[in-house]
Ligand binder design. Structure first.
Ligand code: FE2
Length: 463
């Protein structure tokens, strides 16, 4: 008993110590050598990456082979303003390095950091989304990035790493610091801002370090990573495809290329896979045929349907939820709550009716709304999980837990509904041999389990 207590205290001290270092060590690291390796999951390949302020890329040692220098993905650069109206240049004084994981290698070592090849049978996945610290002058919104309780990402990442996942899925919106913090606000004073590396480091690389070094990451792109926002950093650091200057978002005239990427699937086991959809250019208004994204998304949804036929159990990941339950915006509404679709939901309805995504797509996972929701519909449609509560300021619904009465559920065509309105993260754990049954657990920032949700067929039922 005493041993367990001492172990718990020791773990807590390590986590608190890491958070203290993460929150105070940022400035001190700027002038010292910095190498941050991480493992990105792409289309049928893993890519070992590293960002470094050194003049050359670090070496990687595959199993017992001689170390070899990683290739330069893209050199550091200061990018000229994309448009005259932009207010700050994106400065990337950092080298991005990479190497595709050799098919037969079991592990890769960068400096002292060992990365294991992800297992063929994925058993435990961390799910996070909407992680950065929100600084947005246009909305006069300034999250207290310097206060770990107000922006708890470092704590979430440390506690998520302690769960020892096989894989991490980030469902978009990594970058949030778009405006300078006013001098008068100590909560965010001194924060970097804009779309350059200093902001990416503060918003993502520093707090995510423990989890970046624990497992491979699947990234789903959010609207904050569109070309007009943090798209330059997205392509430089995160996108799993080869570097392509035309796709880089550096030149505004190429945005129609850089703002979209083809869907791909990530195998999770014999019968299961996760399908990645890039919805960076999606908005809240229904997308019509006049919109640039209409035909691109129509074609991509057809690709997704074809991809889904390869496995029995499919999880579709898009940053924007197909539907989200929120308090009704109309005062005279019959129901206290409404189901709000996103911009591309009407495209799916046009293709597939109220099913939205055809079987065998069983579950959809999203972020964007800064809340946790688990929805099973009373119609034939994939179950849905929204997990956008991993650090950025929470959904403004007065911190009231959404509870649907039976009458409201019937009105909204919902069979089962659960929500959680505070910061946290999720795990998705496989419950059977093939990957057709999963358990989604929603944790608070301390890693304490709050809700356990059984996922199978097209249902997610939380206890
Ligand atoms: Fe978003």
């Amino acid at each position: 008993m005493m041993n367990i207590k001492i172990k718990k205290l020791f773990s807590l001290a390590i986590i608190l110590g890491s958070i203290f270092l993460l929150n105070t060590g940022f400035a001190a690291q700027e002038n010292s050598d910095y190498v941050q390796p991480y493992l990105v999951v792409g289309d049928n390949q893993y890519i070992l990456r590293a960002v470094t302020n050194l003049a050359k890329c670090p070496t990687v040692q595959w199993d017992s082979q001689d170390p070899e220098e990683m290739k330069v993905r893209v050199l550091g650069a200061k990018i000229p303003l994309r448009k005259k109206s932009d207010v700050i240049e994106s400065d990337f004084p950092i080298l991005t390095c990479e190497m595709v994981w050799p098919k037969d290698a079991k592990e890769g070592k960068v400096n002292n950091q060992v990365f294991k090849r992800p297992a063929n049978e994925i058993k435990k996945i961390i799910v996070v989304a909407d992680t950065g610290c929100r600084l947005k002058g246009a909305e006069n919104f300034y999250q207290d990035c310097n206060e770990p309780t107000k922006w708890p990402l470092a704590q979430i990442m440390a506690n998520a790493a302690a769960k020892n996942p096989d894989l991490v899925i980030h469902i978009g919106d990594l970058h949030y610091r778009e405006s300078p913090c006013p001098e008068s606000l100590p909560g965010c004073k001194g924060s970097p801002w804009g779309y350059g590396y200093d902001t990416w480091k503060a918003d993502f690389f520093v707090p995510a370090k423990p989890l970046l070094e624990k497992a491979a990451w699947v990234f789903v792109r959010g609207n904050h990573e569109a070309c007009s926002r943090a798209g330059q950093g997205w392509h430089r650091f995160i996108d799993p495809r080869s570097w392509d200057e035309k796709r880089s978002c550096n030149d505004h005239s190429n945005d129609v290329i850089g703002d979209y990427s083809e869907p791909f699937s990530v195998p999770l086991g014999k019968a299961a896979q996760f399908i990645v959809f890039d919805s960076a250019k999606n908005g809240s208004k229904p997308i019509t045929e006049k919109d640039e994204s209409f035909s691109i998304y129509v074609n991509q949804f057809k690709t997704i349907e074809t991809l889904a036929l390869n496995k029995k159990f499919n999880i579709f990941g898009s940053h924007h939820p197909l539907n989200i339950v929120l308090p009704s915006k109309k005062k005279d509404s019959q129901s206290e709550y409404q189901v709000y679709p996103t911009g591309f939901t009407n495209i799916l309805a046009g293709l597939n009716g109220e099913e939205l995504l055809k079987s065998p797509i069983n579950l959809t996972i999203h972020g964007h709304n800064h809340i946790f929701e688990a929805i099973t519909y009373d119609i034939n449609r994939p179950a849905e999980i929204v997990s956008g509560n991993s650090g950025s300021s929470l959904e403004e619904i007065n911190n009231v837990e959404i509870k649907l009465s039976d009458v409201q559920k019937k009105l909204l065509k919902i069979k089962e509904f659960s929500s959680y309105q505070d910061f946290g993260f999720g795990t998705l754990e496989r419950q059977d041999e093939t990957g057709e049954k999963w358990l989604f657990t929603e944790f608070d920032v301390n890693g304490k389990a709050l809700l356990k949700c059984d996922v199978s067929d097209r249902t997610v039922v939380c206890k």
